[in-house]
Design a protein around this ligand. Sequence first.
Ligand SMILES: *Cc1c(COP(=O)(O)O)cnc(C)c1O
Length: 380
Amino acid sequence: MKFETRAIHDGQPTDPATGAVTTPVYQTSTYEQDAIGKPRGYEYSRTGNPTRAALEQALASLESGRHGLAFASGVAATTAVLNLLGPGDHVLAGSDLYGGTYRLLEKVFRRWGVDTTYEDTGDVARFAGAVRENTKLIWIETPTNPLLHVADIRAVAEAVRGRGIRLVVDNTFASPALQRPLELGADIVVHSTTKYIGGHSDLIGGAVVTSDDEAFSAIKMYQNAAGAVPGPWDCWLALRGLKTLAIRMERHSRNAEDLALFLQKHPSVERVYYPGLPEHPGHDIARRQMSGFGGMISAELKGGYEAVQAAVGKLKVFVLAESLGGVESLVCYPPKMTHASFSSDERAKRGIKDNLLRLSVGIEHVDDLKADIQAALGER
Ligand SMILES: *Cc1c(COP(=O)(O)O)cnc(C)c1O
């Protein structure tokens, strides 16, 4: 069946006990066993919960993977994957990375002897050249946060095939509705379901999907052992979000394409980063590996930080907030918000300038979004 149908039905049959059409919220910590050593499938909700299982199955299906695992947050999912590693292992990561992933690699995993180096993914041969003898994991995002660089997933997978290295793609910015890394050769997909999958800015969650049985067993063991699992309500909200993911992503993408063109022509805007723009360096790759260009835009404003502050102060529809991927449009200033965990040197090295704004374009009417931006950038 097609994506849109699977999003609504996979992992979510009508409830066997009552016929309820919607997967119930199984708000229970434990389960009756028929006899000692004879549970009916569930024993304890850290280990497994039917609402969570529905979400895990649905996510696996949508990412074209065999196994899905849900976590209490995106960084909990990231932590679970990084726990495949041990002291002495090396991670090769893309240089334009979610700030929290960078913090985890540098502030937590480095202390346990996991070394990470960062390379631009734009030139795949050069990126793959940074693989070391002890490299066990490659971690990339595409499109990236906040500069929306595009990495060629298939090319990276092919460049490192057969070397015992797992390729992980953080697919949060695209969502499985627009891009499915496992189909392109990645081994593991990670999500912050907080973003597009939840889609309504009302939950924190994460997920891992893989068809690698060995990685799945290890991550599942870790999920139960470390215990960063989502509660049934959050799983239910994520499932509810999933059902409309495809149509939301269509509208997010359409609105963002329209706004990117509008911003590009605006005299107060210095530069626009959006993979849907033909002059974006990753445009052709994005066209090939994504079915839409997504709802995220970054832009540099003329006039530096003062101009950014003034514009943000005037926006009325775009809400100043961290996060992304909800139905409502948000604006964020990466240097002081999402990317504050990078030093200013690190930011400069990565090309994150002081006049950068990031927009999460919602599904409001695009005319209202344009009018809001026009009013904010207008009189200067
Ligand atoms: C938000 C985000 C995360 C972390 O997810 P949380 O749910 O906030 O823990 C990881 N990667 C990307 C790309 C994100 O945007």
